[in-house]
Design a protein around this ligand. Structure first.
Ligand code: DGJ
Length: 690
């Protein structure tokens, strides 16, 4: 809901529990007024009447107060917008007007042929912001940087910054530290979102999991990006974020051309980190994730079971076992196409390997479907092995610098999706694949970062960083439109491409190549700060863990860990004993029963994994599910009861596992005993409001 003051210079956006306000001064300075609890237009007017802080030599009265600091003029903060023409650099903009369309507010500015629009849209309590820049003039304009937004926090002492950092097989780990003067930047200069940081930050001063103010910002962009959190000399804090890692040039805009930034979303919550997460989850379920109301099926993925060594008979044997334990979707991972018998060859040649699948994939797909499951395949369309028919035919289709070595990672190169011929080739191949085989699910992988991002012959080669992402999005959009029943998974060597941008085009994400059930608890704890369980894929794999660390863990522990998200199975089922298969079947059945609550319910992180025992609660329509884990018991001490959250204190709840009936008040205040003991123990507790 957008409210506008009579003078048309103060705007107030309101969500269910929050407000956001901004004001344009008589000198066309666009100032931030408020982001926090609900206020009225009159309150916003009072805030707008307060004068800018007094002048001091060497300081700008605008710094720290502007909605979108451009480069040039009396400013010293990091500019959100930086442009260069043949004559000059920087922006001196004048206000042109505003308009609203539904929930969206658009403020229009102009500077000598350059049209700049700032966009605001409230989705629940999430404010979506983005910017548009159009060259309406006669000369060319180089867009050096165009951040999506700058967020301004209220004056407080002792800000802390939380981030989700990591690396391959160790993504999404939560780290919190005091913010100090200067600037902290996180981002990716790799061409994809990256395993190193999720594009999310949260700022608080004294919040806990369930109480206190938390400001969060998350970027919807799947290429290189940067979020800069600055504490200015007067202690004010601003957060600026957008596409691209540095300011060396995004695009060259010819007359008539324009750029639209990705969305940089912001959320204020006074419900602590848990409240903030639940608001982010609700926002994504309602506005970002396609078809979020449909629960995700239990899948089997062949990667850890068979790696590159696959055949139709062996996959069919796995499929029979998978069907027996209740799997609903069978996904053949890498190794089914071209000469892909290892990671040295075949990427780019998207036709079934004739030795392995002499009649194509259809016979296997039919067998899988005959077993009552859906059928999925793995692809990595943006890549090519030099040892492939595609590369032999088109060595110029990859990103490369003229006359320089082409850097290989995992023996592969990155295709230049900015080229229309490459885009068209990929569309044709994927279209042929999906139209010739009954495929219900596509796992879309991306297994190396950009290094030699050159484009010989192109006058402005660095545009490929931006164009690649737009091409990827366009390809996914086109495929989704042509095959609306096919679901897509975003994978990048695990969690290397997880952000709100890819989330709006895919149905779930591969959280991490780390399938160790204990490590996963910390990774999942981090990922759920921003993303809901509904997209967080997790597989039960073999014990000892083959992928990473050889850790031995029970099937119980592995299942309960993976049941915290979208359950999958990735072990070599042909080697599981009859008892293990029978137990797996019971866990899959249990998961299907609790799935609506896990995937659609409100998520409460009851106890973080760092302490050795941890628990997560999901609640939906009076149904409550608690998953609890114990790493190692010490001194025979009983594991403390977990206090539940979000219950009605006056209602009674029955625990299905123990038969106990307890009041909401007791469960909230004293908690629920989990009965965990020993090492690597885990449990599922279901409660129902009676
Ligand atoms: C990386 C993915 O994260 C794995 O799950 C698997 O699909 C491999 N790539 C296949 O090459």
């Amino acid at each position: 809901m957008v409210h506008i003051a009579d003078d048309g210079r103060t705007w107030l956006l309101s969500g269910p529990t929050s407000s956001y306000a901004l004001h344009l001064t008589g000198a066309d300075e666009l100032l931030h007024l408020h982001w926090g609890p609900p206020i009225t237009l009159a309150d916003a007017g009072a805030l707008a009447a307060a004068p800018l802080s007094g002048h001091r030599p060497f300081e700008s009265p605008l710094d720290g107060g502007e909605e979108y600091p451009v480069e040039g003029g009396p400013r010293f903060v990091r500019p959100a917008l930086s442009v260069r023409t043949d004559e000059r650099r920087g922006t001196e903009w004048g206000f042109e007007g505003y308009d609203t369309e539904g929930d969206e507010l658009r403020l229009r500015f102009a500077d000598d042929g350059l049209a700049i629009s700032l966009h605001y849209r409230m989705r629940g309590d999430v404010v979506e912001r983005w910017v548009g820049v159009a060259n309406d003039g006669h000369g060319r304009v180089e867009l050096l940087r165009a951040d999506a937004a700058t967020w301004t926090l209220p004056d407080r002492e002792g800000w802390r910054l939380s981030q989700l950092h990591g690396r391959w097989a160790a993504e999404s780990r939560l780290a919190t530290a005091p913010l100090t003067y200067g600037e902290k930047t996180i981002g990716s200069r790799r061409g994809h979102t990256g395993h190193q940081h999720l594009p999310w930050v949260a700022l608080d001063t004294d919040a806990t999991e369930e109480r206190g103010e938390v400001y969060g910002c998350a970027l919807g962009w799947s290429g290189s990006w940067r979020i800069a959190v600055a504490q200015l000399p007067d202690a004010r804090v601003q957060i600026t974020g957008g596409a691209g890692y540095d300011d060396s040039g995004l695009l060259l805009l010819a007359p008539g051309e324009s750029y639209t930034s990705p969305v940089f979303a912001g959320l204020w919550s006074d419900g602590g980190f848990g409240g903030a997460s639940r608001a982010w989850h609700a926002y994504q379920r309602a506005h970002v994730i396609p078809g979020a109301e449909r629960d995700r099926p239990v899948l089997f993925n062949s990667w850890e079971a068979t790696h590159f060594d696959i055949s139709e008979e062996q996959q069919a044997a796995l499929a029979r076992r998978a069907a027996e334990i209740g799997v609903e979707l069978f996904v053949v991972d890498d190794g089914w196409f071209g000469a892909r018998t290892g990671d040295r060859a075949g990427l780019g040649d998207w036709t079934p390997n004739p030795d392995r699948f002499p009649h194509g994939l259809k016979p296997l797909a039919d067998r899988v479907r005959g077993l009552g499951m859906r059928f999925g395949i793995w692809v990595e369309p943006e890549m090519v092995n030099p040892d492939s028919d595609l590369y032999r035919a088109h060595p110029d289709w990859v990103q490369h610098q003229p006359g320089r070595k082409r850097t290989e990672f995992r023996n592969q190169l990155v295709l230049n999706l900015a080229r229309p011929d490459v885009r068209e080739y990929l569309w044709e191949r994927l279209d042929a694949l999906l139209s010739s085989t009954p495929v219900d699910y596509v796992k879309w992988d991306f297994n190396r970062s950009f290094t030699d991002a050159g484009w010989p012959g192109e006058p402005y080669p660095q545009r490929l960083w931006t164009d690649h992402v737009h091409a990827l999005y366009a390809l996914l959009d086109r495929l989704r439109a042509a095959y609306p029943e096919v679901a897509f998974e975003s994978c990048s060597g695990g969690g290397g491409r997880i952000d709100l941008g890819i989330m709006s085009r895919t149905d779930q994400v591969w959280t991490s190549d780390n399938t160790d059930p204990l490590d996963r608890l910390a990774i999942q704890h981090g990922l759920t700060q921003i993303h809901p369980a509904r997209v967080m894929a997790a597989w039960v794999t073999d014990s000892p863990n083959t992928q990473l660390n050889g850790r031995v863990s029970s099937l119980r522990f592995r299942f309960v860990s993976a049941m915290a998200g979208v359950l999958g199975v990735g072990g070599d089922l042909t080697r599981w004993s009859a008892e293990e298969l029978a137990e797996a079947r019971r866990w899959v059945e249990l998961y299907k029963e609790i799935r609506p609550v896990v995937q659609r319910g409100e998520l409460y992180r009851l106890r973080p994994p760092a302490g050795g025992s941890s628990a997560v609660q999901y609640a939906l329509d009076g149904e409550v599910v608690v998953l609890a884990w114990l790493q190692a018991q010490s001194y025979g001490e009983p594991v403390p009861a977990v206090r539940l959250r979000g219950l009605d204190p006056t209602a009674s709840y029955e625990c299905r596992e123990t038969g106990e009936v307890l009041s909401g008040s007791v469960l909230l205040h004293h908690g629920l005993r989990t009965g965990l003991k020993g090492d690597l123990d885990a449990t599922v507790l279901r409660l129902r409001r009676i």
